[in-house]
Design a protein around this ligand. Structure first.
Ligand code: IMP
Ligand code: MG
Length: 174
């Protein structure tokens, strides 16, 4: 498929932001055990790179949810495609997201995890689209605040493609 992708955030900028975020998380969770919950598929690259900047003991689990079909518009419908493997009661849970757009996915996830009684529940997202959350959300760790454009790369896809780009770019109409 032909597409024009304009570089928005470079690999170097992402790497520096994740290093900073990892240090902050390590400070905040010092003396505790952390459970990082990655939201598949988009978060797999952020999760892997962020985790390597975290110095407290950390365990991993993954959930898969779907809110978009092959479109660039949010559907408002969230489906759990894969739930966590383990219980989270009493654990310090950090949800790792690639991007927060309308916030519908995250608010659904927060609700469904909160009732399982974790010791704490926070969110780390590489990208936050500013000003368009339909639901006010408390995202503790944010890499970059971006505009409303549709982005790909670094885990983010369009119709399943471009997740492997080492940078974040904007899809431009051709
Ligand atoms: P939300 O529920 O609208 O916040 O959307 C969250 C999910 O939609 C993200 O985890 C992504 O999988 C996807 N998404 C939202 N915006 C973009 C984008 O600009 N590019 C690629 N995927 C996106
Ligand atoms: Mg996602």
């Amino acid at each position: 498929m032909e597409a024009n992708i304009r570089n928005l955030i470079s690999a170097e900028e992402i790497s520096a932001a994740l290093e900073k975020m990892g240090k902050e998380i390590s400070d905040d969770y010092r003396g505790r055990d952390l459970l990082m919950v990655g939201v598949l598929k988009g978060a797999f690259i952020v999760m892997a790179d962020l985790a390597r900047h975290i110095s407290v003991p950390v365990a991993f689990d993954f959930m898969a949810v779907s809110s978009y079909g092959a479109s660039t518009q949010t559907s408002g419908v969230v489906r759990i495609l894969k739930d966590l493997d383990n219980e989270i009661a009493g654990k310090d849970v950090l949800i790792v997201e690639d991007i927060i757009d309308s916030g519908l996915t995250l608010s659904y996830l927060l609700k469904s995890l909160q009732v399982r009684r974790p010791a704490s529940l926070e969110v780390a997202a590489l990208l936050l689209k500013e000003g368009i959350q339909r639901i006010p959300l408390d995202v503790k760790y944010v890499g970059f605040r971006i505009g409303p454009e549709f982005v790909v790369g670094y885990g983010l896809d369009y119709a399943g493609l471009y997740r492997n780009l080492p940078y974040v770019g904007v899809m431009e109409e051709t």
